[in-house]
Design a protein around this ligand. Structure first.
Ligand code: COA
Length: 452
């Protein structure tokens, strides 16, 4: 496993930031005070309250597993607090076909309002892309607070999510019975087996990323079990007929005194279709509640098809969620399985150079691809193709697109033909878009169910 602490500081970032009077530092996992200051700065950067001791302990545990970096203004009043934060770590990303591709997750991106718009985030993000490359990642990935920040660095939306609302009074179940059983469990009794179930759920859904140690504890209310919020967490698990746990949900019922409540669920993990159906049924058939709200669900849930009245279900906060940045097109494209066979040339532009080039995607009947760079040379710096001999024969299928568009079609969440209609992909021979749509189609709509 690649050690995220082994990456030396990016010299460009060091120099750019030093030129503006700042120090760019990696924080040693053993430097307790340094990490605490980093967590305080990151928490403030996201406009959250100062963490209490248990939450700080959890944040430190997570930070120690990552490459944590800060930018320091030594002339500031609180010079030990970074004015900017970022962290990154290697993580698997599930792709169509059930495999996981090596990716580099980026998180904790904040710049203090006192130091914004001086190019600090740009220096940090561009360095992260180089770290991703150094770590051997095929892609970099993140979730974004605002959709306007990351496109300039080559990131683009690749998997979406929505909050599913269900009107309890209209939720009459007509779906099949799941053969196993659902039962309540105390969060502490589930935590031992929860990571393995989550791993299997992640593997079957393109767009999901590996969970990190400590993540499930937080959702299960185990970080500080004494708080009112933690004590409100209820957990139910689904066991199959063999007694194996195949899924679980963690939820709260929020309600005013003497009024029916609403179910709020932030953690819905299903490693089988039976588990998914049984847990949905459990959530939507609760009495003395009017509404069920489940966050970060797929935009393509089977739930409406399981209820007599599909209009009991509505989607809210529908939008982009996982953002990808292609770093190594050959590794990324080779990792996934494809929806059809055929050969497609991709002429990829990338102003930041990482993904630029021409690549031939050759998919066999079993959906596996052989991917190779074409002989074509590119002027990667400008993200433009030089005129000259093309390795792509006149009639062969091909697309011209940027790394951003490649990121958006990669998991099958957006069709190439839609991006072509938006003027963002050029079809190089008739029929190429239709072929690309068939190739990149994924049987399961990509979906990411966590923030990171
Ligand atoms: C987003 C944030 C990190 C940007 O930091 P910054 O140091 O001000 O960004 P930079 O000065 O390096 O800006 C780089 C480019 O991004 C643009 N940009 C930065 N933040 C932006 C935003 N929120 N919306 C739109 N554009 C933004 C800048 O205009 C600049 O564009 P240009 O290079 O084309 O001129 C900072 O505003 C912040 O901490 N926000 C609150 C926390 C947050 O939302 N973090 C993102 C987590 S996903």
């Amino acid at each position: 496993m690649f050690d995220p602490h082994s990456i030396p500081a990016d010299p460009t970032a060091v120099n750019v930031l030093a030129g503006r009077g700042f120090e760019y530092r990696q924080i040693d996992p053993a430097d307790e005070a340094g990490l605490q200051a980093w967590v305080q700065a990151e928490t403030r950067g996201f406009h959250h309250a100062r963490p209490e001791a248990p939450e700080m302990r959890r944040a430190l545990q997570v930070a120690r597993q990552r490459n944590v970096r800060g930018v320091y203004d030594l002339s500031a009043h609180d010079a030990h607090l970074p004015v900017a934060t970022i962290d990154g770590w290697p993580s698997g990303l599930s792709v169509p076909g059930g495999r996981s591709v090596d990716a580099w997750a980026v998180s904790g991106v904040t710049v203090s309002p006192t130091h914004r718009r001086r190019g600090i985030a740009r220096a940090l993000l561009e360095a992260q892309l180089r770290y991703a490359k150094e770590a051997g990642a095929a892609l970099a990935m993140l979730t974004a607070t605002e959709a306007t920040i990351y496109g300039r660095f080559g990131f683009s939306p690749a998997a979406s999510a929505a909050t599913v609302h269900v009107d309890r009074r209209r939720a009459h179940w007509i779906g099949p019975e799941s053969p196993g059983r659902v039962q309540f469990v105390e969060p502490a009794d589930l935590i031992g087996k929860a990571p393995a179930i989550a791993r299997r759920a992640v593997a079957r859904t393109p767009g999901e990323i590996d969970r990190w140690p400590g993540m499930l504890e937080r959702h299960l209310g185990l970080v500080d079990p004494s708080t009112r919020e933690s004590r409100a967490v209820r957990v139910a698990r689904y066991d199959d007929v063999a007694g194996q746990t195949q899924g679980f949900v963690a939820f709260r019922v929020v309600r005013q005194p003497d009024e029916p409540g609403a179910v709020e669920c932030d953690l819905f993990v299903a490693a089988s279709d039976d588990a998914e159906r049984a847990l949905w049924r459990f959530l939507v058939e609760q009495d003395f509640v009017t509404e069920i709200r489940v966050r970060l669900r797929s935009v393509d849930e089977p739930l409406p098809w399981l209820l007599e009245d599909p209009r009991a279900v509505s989607l809210h906060e529908v939008g982009d969620h996982l953002w990808l940045r292609i770093i190594d097109p050959v590794a990324a494209l080779s990792a996934r399985e494809y929806g059809a066979s055929g050969t497609l040339t991709l002429e990829v532009g990338d102003p930041l150079r990482h993904a630029a080039g021409t690549f031939v995607l050759d998919v066999a009947g079993d959906g596996r691809a052989e991917v190779r760079p074409a002989e074509e040379t590119t002027d990667a710096a400008a993200g433009q193709f030089r005129s000259g001999r093309r390795s792509r024969p006149q009639a062969a299928h091909g697309l011209r697109l940027d790394a951003r568009e490649l990121a958006s079609i990669y998991l099958g969440g957006t069709r190439a033909s839609v991006l072509a209609r938006a003027g963002r992909i050029t079809e190089l021979a008739p029929g190429s878009l239709a072929l690309a749509d068939r190739l990149f189609h994924a049987p399961r709509t990509p979906h990411l169910s966590i923030w990171f």
